[in-house]
Design a binder for this molecule. Sequence first.
Ligand code: ATP
Ligand code: MG
Length: 280
Amino acid sequence: MSINLNNVNNYIQAFAKSIDHDQVGHYVGPLKIGVDLGTANIVISVLEQSGRPIVGALTPASVVKDGLVVDYVEAVKIVKKLKLKLENILGVSLTQAATAIPPGTSKGNSKAIANVIESANMDVTNIVDEPTAAASVLGLKDGAVVDVGGGTTGISILKDGEVIYSADEPTGGTHMSLVLAGHYKISFEEAEIVKKDVLKQEEVYPILKPVVEKMASIIKRHVRGFDIQKIYVVGGASCFDEFQTTFQTEVGIETVKPAYPLLITPLGIALNSKTEVIMK
Ligand SMILES: Nc1ncnc2c1ncn2[C@@H]1O[C@H](COP(=O)(O)OP(=O)(O)OP(=O)(O)O)[C@@H](O)[C@H]1O
Ligand SMILES: [Mg+2]
């Protein structure tokens, strides 16, 4: 099975363009909703049943850490706020949503994630693991997807559309920012800004390359023993131009990074929204 990366990229781009729109064109309900409670960003994605992206809302937040809710009240507040914003744009209530957890999240912690969404007045229709959500955007049935998020790097290996192996490791974009903060003797917040500045990428990437190599060497261990032809990387911390090359060289398996890696998992969560949202 081969994935048409152009089609995938166009699809993700359509979602990227829909984010933070303050109005939407004609759409056909019921809608599919996804809520990604990430370590660095909270994203709500809204799609038609066909999967066509309608609108999305994203905000940086530090209320969840690697699938663990660390500030429940604030988490609910943010989800409610994003939800209200989207409801005003769409003209309908959002009553159901899917969400995702990093692979290996305990039952108790997934329950806490679901509770945040329910406290924001949405029924949780499905809880998927993050790399699986990403795999559904890619249409990946066989192979590996690696999600390099803020807090962790997750991997899922799929065979015939089923996840046969998954793991989550505690290195991600936050770790990169800590390395930069140490290097430049600046605060974490300043380091985040420097890290994301496209104009500084050339200066910053060599400092972060060892972190990417370390992530890749961990992934290399996880894929050992599996017949993997290609690895797809997603997640905000893979945004660097050179990420893919560094990663591929270290792992020794062809590595593909689709467009807008930060938005792939949030988009995939909505795709996995199982039941239909009732229009009110
Ligand atoms: N342009 C960029 N260049 C480099 N890093 C970036 C860029 N944009 C975002 N990031 C980093 O990506 C990370 C956030 O990615 P993402 O939104 O995928 O994580 P998350 O889903 O919130 O976290 P997790 O999945 O680990 O819970 C942050 O560490 C952020 O600094
Ligand atoms: Mg994530």
